[in-house]
Design a protein around this ligand. Structure first.
Ligand SMILES: [Zn+2]
Length: 208
């Protein structure tokens, strides 16, 4: 956790105060389902959970748009239902698909929240965890900007750890044994977060 501010001397020897704003290394705080001091892009692709008290699974995904390309801002567009089908042939196939996740972690570690954690985002699809179907009902979904071709970045692991800690603190039914990949709950359809996601590193970084 970073200090909220620190006093440093500039090269003229004058005391200045440097503020450390929220980065992927600092702790996240969740207030009424929203991450404080975090970028928000609101998605219309959500609805109410059948049981608002039952938030008990964390699902890790990857996404890249277009596939294997990073940083174009198209994931924001996709989750908002605003993807331009003329930009890329793949977008023509998917632009009408209505999906979302609660959060995205980009390659540089920047976190964006699309859906309130207390609401149901549409990320898991047909899915089953320990005999229970419709995982969206009780899950939080985090997307890492990535693919099955490239390792994730250190910044992404740092942000994912900090984000997961905050989620587990706020929703204590989620613990390490209830953090899974999309591939674990939809094994016939999905492979994400894929071969490059380092589960040992990630779960080992969580203190809870
Ligand atoms: Zn997925």
């Amino acid at each position: 956790m970073g200090k909220p501010c620190q006093n440093v001397q500039n090269k003229y020897g004058i005391q200045i105060t440097k503020f450390n704003f929220m980065t992927s290394k600092t702790a996240f705080k969740i207030q009424q389902g929203w991450l404080e001091h975090t970028r928000k892009v609101l998605s219309p692709h959500f609805d109410q959970r059948p049981d608002g008290q039952d938030i008990s699974l964390l699902v890790i995904h990857y996404i890249s748009l277009p596939p294997e390309q990073f940083g174009g801002g198209f994931i924001d567009d996709f989750f908002q239902g605003k993807l331009d089908p003329t930009v890329h042939p793949y977008f023509e196939e998917i632009y009408q698909v209505r999906v979302s996740a609660h959060c995205l972690i980009e390659r540089n570690g920047r976190v964006t929240q699309y859906v309130n954690f207390n609401d149901r985002a549409w990320h898991a699809g047909l899915s089953c965890f320990e005999g229970r179907e419709k995982c969206n009902d009780f899950a939080i979904g985090i997307e890492l900007e990535g693919s099955n071709e490239q390792p994730f970045t250190d910044e992404q692991y740092q942000a994912l750890t900090a984000l997961s800690q905050a989620i587990m603190q706020t929703y204590p039914q989620i613990n390490k044994s209830r953090i899974v990949g999309h591939c674990d709950i939809a094994p016939e359809r999905k492979i994400d977060p894929g071969q490059f996601f380092d589960w040992e590193r990630y779960l080992g970084s969580l203190s809870a």
